[in-house]
Write a protein that binds this ligand. Structure first.
Ligand code: GDP
Ligand code: MG
Length: 698
C-alpha cells in the first residue's frame, strides 16, 4: 500500500440530512475509482461504509466510517457520517478532522433539519464546503428549488459549477460551467461517460449560469473584482484560482450535481474535490498551545509527530480500534508513542488504512492522513498522541449530554456483571451515551440522545457482547425545587445509656434562579456550631436533597444557609450534626413550597407546508409553545418549546402524520415547573415505583 504526502491527500466528510444519499455516494466513489469491484448498494446492504450489521438491517448510517479512493494519483479520504439527529455527534467529530465538508442534499426535498445543523457545525469550524445536489434522477427533483432552499437556509454564496443535463428520470449528465464541457453517462450504472457538445437547448442557461459563477467568484476577491470590471469577464485560469481560494476561505460554496444510485456525475465530483478543495498541506490544522490558545500545525511530516484521536470503535474481538488524524510528523508501525492527554506510553502494532471495516496495513502514515491502530491500552477519543517536544494538543470533540434515560434489565440474571463491562466499552465508542445506576431505585439506566439511539445501543450490546436486555419505558429526568424561602430547625438528640448523640442547627432556605443548582452557605459566627461539624451539616442536607422531597428527584436551584445551632461538649459528633442537617432540611420543605420541574426541549419540525396546521395543533396538544414558523420553498419549519415528557412518542406521530416526509430535531433547552395536576401523577408514579424498593436510610 502506498504512503501519501500531504499534498496528495484530501480529507472530506460526507455530511447532510439522512437519506440524502451520502452512503450511496461514497459507494459510487469507491466503485468509480476502482477501489471495489462491485457497486455496493445501501438497499442491498452491500456498501463499504455501512458495514455494521445494525446499519445494514436499518439501512441507515449510525456511526462515522472511513474509506479512501485513489483518483488521479491523489488519495481522497472519505468519512461517511450519519444524518439522523440522534447520531449527529458522529458527524461533528468527523468535521473536526477533515479539511472540507461535502454537504449532500436531496434534490427533491432540498434543505432539511440536519442539513442546517451540519452547515452550522461546519461554519463553527470555518470549514470549506462543497455542496452535492444528489438524487437528481428522482421525480420532482429540482436544482432551482433546492438551490433556493440552500441559499435561504445556509448561504447566499452557494453557487453551481455544473448544470444537470435532463430532468428526473432523464437526468443523464452534467455540463461543467468552467470548461463548458458536457458529460453524458451510460445508463448502466457503470459511471462511464462521453464528452459531448452542450445540448443546443441548454446553451443560454449555461451562459447565464457561467456568468453568475464568474460574478460570484469576482465578488469574494478584490483583485478579481478589479479584473472583472476591467475586462468584463475572467479567464478560465482566474476563475479556477478564484474558485479555489474563495472556497478555501469558506466565502464561496461550489455546488455539483449527481445521482449516486445510478452513478451519474461522480467522476466530475472527484475532479472537483481535487481541483477545488484544499489538501492538508494547504489548510492549516489548528491545535492548542500550552495555554489552550489556538496554534497552527502545518502538515509537515518531518516535524515531531502529533495525532488526534477522533473516534474509537469497540470491537469485542479485535479490541479497541483507534482512529486518528496524523496532524504532523509520521506514525510508523511497531513504534511507541506518548499519549499526551494521559501521559502514558502506547505501543503501536500495525498501522492500518480503513476501507469501511477492511484494514490494510501500511508501514507508516504521514502528516495529513487519516488512519487507525488496534489494541491501544489507554487511549480514547479526544486524546492527543505525539511527541513531548511540542506541547500542542487538540480541541476535544464536544459530545452532547444525554437527554433521555431508559431503565434496562438483563434478560438472564447472570448477565448483570457482563452488562457493566460491555456498556463501558460502548461508552468509549460513543461518548454521547451514559450508563449509570439510579441512586433511588437502584435500576440500571441507559441514557442517550433519543429513543433510536437507545435502541441501537441495546442492539449493539446484544450483537457484539451477547448481552440481552429489556428496555423499560423512558424516564424523564424530573427535578424538584422550592418556591418559597423559610427558616427551619433540626435537632438530633438521643440518650440511650453510655454516650449520647447531640446535634442542632438552624437553616434558611431560599429559591435561586433556574440552572443555579445548589449552594450551601456557612453563616455561623461565634461558634454556635463548632467548625469541624459544619461539613457534616452540609453533608446531611446534600444527601437529603439528592433524594428529593415530593417524588424522589434531586432538588435544585436553591440556597441553604446555616446560621445558628448548638452543641454538647461530650455528645456532639459528626453523625449527630448530619442528622440535624437532615431534620432541618425536611422541616424546611414543609413550608418552602416544593414543586417539580421538567425538562423542556427546543423542537424544530420540518414538513411539507400542507401539514403545518395539523402539526402545530398537535404540538399545542403536547403542551408545546410555538416560537416561530418559517417557510422555505414547499417546506414549513415550525419551532416550538415542548416538555420532554410529551415528545416521547413524537417520532412515530410525525412519521405517520406526514407519510414519512416530515423530520424533526430536538435538544434540551431548560427546566420549567410542571403544571400541578400533572405533578400529582408524577408523585403517584414515583410512590408506586418505589413501593417494594428498599430505601436506604443512614
Ligand atoms: N433515486 C435515487 N436514490 C438514491 C440516490 N442516492 C441514494 N439513493 C437512495 O436513497 C436512500 C438513502 O441513501 P443513503 O445513501 O443511505 O443516504 P444517507 O442517509 O445520506 O447515507 C437509499 O434508498 C438509496 O438507494 C440517487 O441518486 N437517486
Ligand atoms: Mg448513510
Amino acid at each position: 500500500m502506498k504512503v501519501y504526502d500531504a499534498t496528495a491527500i484530501r480529507n472530506i466528510a460526507l455530511v447532510g440530512h439522512t437519506s440524502s444519499g451520502k452512503t450511496q455516494l461514497a459507494s459510487a466513489v469507491l466503485s468509480v475509482s476502482g477501489m471495489v469491484n462491485r457497486f455496493g448498494k445501501v438497499d442491498e446492504g452491500t456498501t463499504v461504509t455501512d458495514y455494521d450489521e445494525e446499519e445494514i438491517a436499518r439501512k441507515h448510517t449510525l456511526g462515522a466510517s472511513l474509506a479512501f479512493a485513489e483518483w488521479n494519483k491523489q488519495k481522497i479520504n472519505i468519512i461517511d457520517t450519519p444524518g439522523i439527529g440522534n447520531f449527529l455527534s458522529e458527524a461533528r467529530a468527523a468535521l473536526q478532522v477533515v479539511d472540507a465538508a461535502v454537504v449532500v442534499v436531496d434534490a427533491v426535498s432540498g434543505v432539511m433539519v440536519q442539513t442546517e445543523k451540519v452547515w452550522e457545525a461546519a461554519t463553527e469550524l470555518d470549514l470549506p464546503r462543497l455542496v452535492v445536489l444528489n438524487r437528481l434522477d428522482r421525480e420532482r427533483a429540482s436544482l432551482e428549488r433546492a438551490l433556493q432552499s440552500l441559499r435561504d437556509a445556509c448561504s447566499r454564496a452557494i453557487v453551481p459549477i455544473q448544470l444537470p443535463i435532463g430532468e428526473e428520470r432523464s437526468f443523464r449528465g452534467v455540463v461543467d460551467l468552467i470548461t463548458r464541457k458536457a458529460f453524458v453517462f451510460e445508463k448502466n450504472e457503470s459511471g462511464k461517460f462521453k464528452e459531448e457538445a452542450v445540448p443546443a437547448d441548454m446553451t443560454a442557461a449555461v451562459d447565464a449560469a457561467r456568468e453568475a459563477l464568474i460574478e460570484m467568484v469576482a465578488e469574494v476577491d478584490d483583485k478579481l473584482m478589479d479584473r472583472f470590471f476591467e475586462a468584463g469577464t475572467l479567464t478560465d485560469d482566474e476563475l479556477v484560482a478564484g474558485l479555489k481560494s474563495g472556497t478555501a476561505a469558506a466565502k464561496l460554496f461550489p455546488l455539483v450535481c449527481t445521482a449516486a444510485l445510478v452513478n451519474i456525475g461522480v467522476p466530475q465530483l472527484l475532479d472537483a474535490i481535487l481541483s477545488i478543495l484544499p489538501s492538508p498541506a494547504e489548510r492549516l490544522y489548528t491545535g492548542l498551545d500550552k495555554n489552550k490558545q489556538p496554534s497552527p500545525c502545518p502538515a509537515d511530516d518531518k516535524k515531531p509527530t502529533q495525532a488526534f484521536v477522533w473516534k474509537t470503535i469497540a470491537d469485542p474481538f479485535a479490541g479497541r480500534i483507534t482512529m486518528f488524524r496524523v496532524v504532523s510528523g509520521t506514525i510508523k508501525a511497531d513504534s511507541t508513542l506518548l499519549n499526551k492527554t494521559r501521559d502514558t506510553q502506547e505501543r503501536l502494532g500495525h498501522v492500518v488504512l480503513l476501507q469501511g471495516k477492511t484494514q490494510t496495513q501500511v508501514p507508516e502514515v504521514k502528516a495529513g492522513d487519516l488512519a487507525a491502530v488496534a489494541k491501544l491500552r489507554d487511549t480514547l477519543t479526544n486524546d492527543t498522541l505525539g511527541d513531548r517536544s511540542d506541547p500542542v494538543t487538540f480541541a476535544a470533540v464536544v459530545f452532547p449530554e444525554p437527554v433521555l434515560s431508559y431503565a434496562i434489565e438483563p434478560k438472564s440474571r447472570g448477565d448483570e456483571d457482563k452488562i457493566s463491562g460491555s456498556m463501558h466499552r460502548l461508552e468509549e465508542e460513543d461518548p454521547s451515551i451514559k450508563y449509570s445506576r439510579d441512586p433511588q431505585t437502584k435500576e440500571l439506566l441507559l441514557s442517550g440522545q433519543g429513543q433510536l439511539h437507545i435502541e441501537v445501543t441495546v442492539a449493539k450490546l446484544k450483537r457484539r457482547f451477547g448481552v440481552d436486555v429489556n428496555l423499560k419505558p423512558p424516564r424523564i429526568p424530573y427535578r424538584e425545587t422550592i418556591k418559597g424561602a423559610t427558616e427551619a430547625h433540626g435537632r438530633h438528640k438521643k440518650q440511650t445509656g453510655g454516650h449520647g448523640q447531640f446535634g442542632d442547627c438552624k437553616i434558611k432556605v431560599e429559591p435561586l434562579p433556574r440552572g443555579s443548582d445548589f449552594e450551601f452557605v456557612d453563616d455561623i459566627f461565634g461558634g454556635s456550631i463548632p467548625r469541624q461539624f459544619i461539613p457534616a451539616v452540609e453533608k446531611g442536607i446534600q444527601e437529603t436533597r439528592m433524594r428529593g422531597y415530593l417524588a424522589g428527584y434531586p432538588m435544585v436551584d436553591f440556597r441553604v444557609t446555616v446560621f445558628d445551632g448548638s452543641y454538647h461538649d461530650v455528645d456532639s459528633n459528626e453523625l449527630s450534626f448530619k442528622m440535624a442537617g437532615r431534620l432541618a432540611f425536611k422541616d424546611a420543605m414543609t413550608r418552602a413550597r416544593p414543586t417539580i420541574l421538567e425538562p423542556i426541549m427546543n423542537v424544530e419540525v420540518y414538513a411539507p407546508s400542507d401539514f403545518a396546521g395539523d402539526l402545530m395543533g398537535d404540538l399545542n396538544g403536547r403542551r408545546g409553545r410555538i416560537a416561530g414558523m418559517d417557510t422555505r420553498g414547499a417546506t414549513t419549519i415550525i419551532k416550538a418549546q415542548v416538555p420532554m415528557s410529551e415528545m416521547l412518542t413524537y417520532e412515530q406521530h410525525l412519521t405517520s402524520a406526514t407519510g414519512g416526509r416530515g423530520s424533526y430535531h430536538m435538544e434540551y433547552s431548560h427546566y420549567d415547573e410542571v403544571p400541578s395536576h400533572l405533578q400529582t401523577k408524577i408523585v403517584a408514579a414515583a410512590k408506586a415505583e418505589r413501593a417494594g424498593v428498599e430505601v436506604e436510610e443512614v
